[in-house]
Design a protein around this ligand. Structure first.
Ligand SMILES: Cc1cc2nc3c(=O)[nH]c(=O)nc-3n(C[C@H](O)[C@H](O)[C@H](O)COP(=O)(O)OP(=O)(O)OC[C@H]3O[C@@H](n4cnc5c(N)ncnc54)[C@H](O)[C@@H]3O)c2cc1C
Length: 502
């Protein structure tokens, strides 16, 4: 079952972080029994196990550092949608099923799964392991909110089957039984997670549902082999509005107003958007440039020269009229902030929404193309992408910090992302390794500032291998040691995912 490494498997040495690892063997299980066999064989051979879903992760969590690669892409079954006795729609899936495939099955039943990491070729096992989220997490929450049961294979080959609402910790104390009846008893780390969107470190809280410990564990506690998901009906009406504001300050006021916050002089009477996304002026300039160079960006509507900063919002409503009323209320805000009603794009049908969606996804794509170009001259170059969130009250301070530091450093960058959740990505675009190192120092200094403001060093991408030093900034040596102790209760020989988190 375990295949010795040969060059035909080399693509499995990397993920979207573009880091390249090494490995001794690989397996492609198709059933939970296969997973257990592979885990036990690797353990007997003393080979650590790196678990892989679709390898779209960007923190190198699925990149092996030697040992065995357990690739779950062929364990990809999707069950039938059912309505449970509580009236909820549920779907049981295998970990390798892709988000696109799950969405298709749900859509055939008039349903949808809200978590939306921009990369829809992610596997559901990877999404659970990273507690993936995206634009619509502003309203619908991250993957965690949609997982109702899990099966997890541990390093001794035993299985934990856990259902939401059935196993809770007492304070931080817990006990849980595997299917062989062995009890695992322990204490959760004592740190308190910041009240912001976060995917950094183990999720812990007093009296928490134990299922949440396995969501966001980044492959360090076990192999997720089955996931039960909650689905909801497709919204009756969907509408997108992209507003171009004359300054970043105006854009931030717009964001606060549509979030329903009290912003002096601005009154927003529309419904709460399900997503609020931000694109700074450098992002728009990068897109203008990409549009002039690459045909792939031709479907993005023209970006007028005076468009400075963009905020894209999406509504899910009961009717087109309800969405339109809210969009009109948002357009009034845009005008009150000094732009014209022509400085907005509004779309309701799927066809109309497509170019707006393309616009939202184009910035990271343009970044990747630029970095690929620069890599020709400097192969070791990568982009530096931040993924940090802050409490709402710190949003303006954080944005000014980024702006001032980037201006001073003269490094090229774009800032975009999920501003509804006070979570933007700063992408630094170095031209050489000297600039890369300077960008890295900036990133570390921001991480310290953001932790001091009560934020998270990773809001959605997770820690993986690349951000392990940041986990210490956020939780201190003590917090990280407590996480290690927790891991050892489930994985005493540190078989799973060496290098992830720690
Ligand atoms: C262009 C682009 C945009 C992205 N945008 C977002 C975004 O908006 N939001 C977001 O959250 N992420 C985003 N991502 C990151 C990525 O898509 C998500 O982290 C996704 O959840 C990873 O899923 P995967 O199947 O590719 O996992 P992999 O990359 O294969 O693995 C990720 C981690 O999960 C572990 N893992 C995978 N499967 C299992 C399993 N069954 N059991 C236990 N552990 C497992 C791996 O060991 C690894 O640590 C983006 C990536 C790209 C390339």
């Amino acid at each position: 079952m375990l295949k010795s490494w040969s060059s035909e498997f080399d693509e499995f040495l990397r993920d979207e972080s573009r880091r390249i690892g090494k490995a001794d063997s690989i397996s492609f299980p198709t059933t939970e029994a296969d997973v257990i066999d592979a885990v036990l064989q690797a353990r007997d051979l003393n080979q650590a196990i790196t678990i892989q879903g679709a390898r779209t992760g960007i923190t190198a969590g699925a990149v092996p550092q030697g040992g065995h690669v357990l690739n779950l892409s062929r364990m990809n079954g999707i069950g039938e949608v059912r309505t449970d006795s509580d009236g909820e729609f549920r779907l049981t899936v295998s970990p390798g099923a892709l988000l696109t495939e799950i969405r298709e099955v749900a859509a055939k039943n008039g349903l949808f799964l809200p978590p939306d990491p921009t990369e829809t070729s992610a596997s559901i096992g990877g999404m659970v392991a990273c507690n993936a989220s995206g634009a619509s997490s502003f309203f619908y929450g991250p993957t965690r909110s949609w997982v109702t049961a899990l099966r997890v294979v541990l390093s001794d080959g035993s299985v934990i089957s856990i259902r939401r609402g059935e196993s809770f910790t007492r304070g931080r104390e817990f006990n849980i039984y595997n299917e062989n009846g062995r009890e695992i008893v322990g204490t959760l780390p004592i740190y308190t997670l910041p009240p912001v969107k976060t995917a950094a470190g183990y999720y812990v809280a007093d009296d928490m549902d134990l299922i949440d410990l396995f969501i966001g564990m980044e492959g360090t506690l076990g192999v997720v082999t089955q996931i039960e998901l909650k689905l909801i009906p497709v919204p009756k009406a969907i509408a997108s509005l992209t507003a171009f504001l004359p300054s970043e300050e105006a854009a931030l006021r717009f964001v606060r107003a549509v979030r329903g916050e009290d912003v002096g002089g601005l009154d927003y009477q529309g419904m709460r958007p399900i997503a609020i996304e931000f694109f700074n002026s450098d992002s728009l300039n990068l897109l203008r440039d990409a549009k002039s160079k690459y045909g792939a960006f031709s479907n993005i509507p023209p970006l007028k020269p005076h468009f400075h900063t963009a905020v894209a919002i999406e509504y899910h409503g009961e009717s087109d009229d309800e969405c339109e009323e809210s969009a009109l209320a948002a357009v009034e805000l845009v005008m009150a902030l000094g732009a014209s009603d022509d400085d907005t794009w509004y779309a309701t049908t799927e066809r109309e929404r497509e170019p707006l969606k393309a616009f939202r996804h184009a910035v990271p794509e343009a970044v990747n193309l630029l970095i690929d170009e620069r890599k020709r001259a400097c192969p070791e170059l990568t982009k530096l992408g931040t993924d940090m969130s802050v409490p709402a009250l710190q949003l303006e301070r954080t944005m000014s910090m980024y702006r001032a530091d980037l201006q001073e450093s003269l490094l090229q960058s774009v800032v975009f992302g999920h501003i509804g959740d006070n979570h933007v990505h700063v992408n630094i675009l170095p031209t050489d390794m000297d600039q890369y190192q300077r960008g890295k120092s900036l990133y570390m200094s921001w991480a310290n500032e953001i932790v001091a403001m009560g934020g998270s060093v990773s809001a959605e991408h997770g820690i993986g291998k690349l951000k392990a030093p940041m986990l210490k900034i956020m939780f201190g040596e003590d917090g990280v040691s407590q996480m290690r102790v927790l891991k050892s209760l489930f994985d005493p020989t540190a078989l799973f995912s060496p290098g992830n988190l720690f």
